[in-house]
Design a protein around this ligand. Structure first.
Ligand SMILES: C[S@@+](CC[C@H](N)C(=O)[O-])C[C@H]1O[C@@H](n2cnc3c(N)ncnc32)[C@H](O)[C@@H]1O
Length: 283
């Protein structure tokens, strides 16, 4: 059975500084690992996830003190308004995919497993299949360059457009093979890793959603409230770092907190995690 191991579990709880009876937002509920830590310390949680399967699993857990909401976290302010909540003591975002996504070939996130080219975390927006088969070569190039930081973006975009002229690209392995042929052998990682990352970020508008969440957090944290964000790639981390610098929040992590070697050994998905935390001033 697939299990999602929460990353930087103790560190998240330390930086959130959970107050018994306090109300917290877990913007990325996933397998509810971090949420259970907050609940165990006496906090109450509003947990958001845009993924219907994550929401269903969380509801089945029937955790006392947890309110589950199916929503993109970009709509956090609206969600809180609808629940009649003004401010909260803390907001957590543990970005990206869960192990449930990565290990389910039907979701199309993995270049290593055959599946439909979907890559949507929620139910909205275009699928990766629509993106690779309809966008212009220039648009594909820009996505690969910007969101994948892919040095061979030009060659890959060209190869995708050439391949789809023969027939539409439908599966993860078809796309991975097109990229592998265009790029050739790569020492570090699978040749299609960056392409898949780029498409995933684009399909889910991950950076746009993160920006909106950070803005919402700034206005919805109670005085003394904490924001904790875990990112998994440099594009996200850069956005969080810049935002915190320019925001009115007080930064608690001068340098990002990263997992120990022991944690990475036990949970390789933690490898690229970076945690940043900040506090709303007490006016
Ligand atoms: C890394 S997992 C979180 C795991 C969780 N902290 C735990 O301990 O089990 C990220 C989750 O956030 C969700 N997610 C990612 N981006 C989102 C967004 N913009 N809005 C709502 N949920 C999002 C994903 O569907 C996924 O379930």
């Amino acid at each position: 059975m697939v299990k999602h191991i929460p990353v930087l579990f103790e560190e998240v709880l330390e930086y959130l500084a959970v107050k018994p009876g306090g109300l917290y937002v877990d913007a990325t509920l996933g397998g509810a690992g971090h949420t259970q830590g907050i609940l165990a310390r006496g906090g109450r949680v509003i947990g958001l996830d845009q993924d219907p399967e994550a929401v269903k699993r969380a509801l089945e857990m029937r955790l006392p003190g947890l309110t589950v909401v199916k929503s993109n976290f970009r709509n956090l302010e609206r969600v809180l308004d609808e629940l009649g909540v003004g401010q909260v003591e803390g907001i957590l975002a543990d970005l990206g995919l869960s192990s449930f996504h990565l290990e389910d070939p039907r979701r199309g996130f993995s270049y290593a497993q055959e599946g439909p080219l979907d890559m949507r975390m929620g139910e909205e927006g275009p699928t990766a299949e629509e993106v690779v088969n309809t966008l212009s070569q220039e648009e594909l190039y820009r996505i690969l360059k910007e969101y994948g930081e892919e040095p061979r973006a030009f060659a890959i975009a060209k190869a995708i457009v050439e391949a789809r002229r023969q027939r539409p690209i439908r599966t993860t392995k078809e796309l991975a093979e097109i990229v592998r042929k265009a790029v050739g052998f790569r020492k570090a990682g699978h040749p299609a890793r960056k392409t898949f990352q780029a498409l995933r970020i684009y399909v889910n508008d991950e950076l746009g959603a993160l920006g909106a969440l950070l803005q919402a957090a700034q206005s919805r944290l109670a005085p003394g409230g904490r924001l904790v964000v875990i990112s998994f790639h440099s594009l996200e981390d850069r956005i969080v770092k810049r935002f915190l610098k320019e925001s009115s929040l007080r930064i608690l992590t001068k340098k990002p907190v990263v997992p120990s070697a022991m944690e990475v050994r036990a949970n390789p998905r933690a490898r690229s995690a970076k945690l940043r935390a900040a506090e709303k001033g007490v006016a």
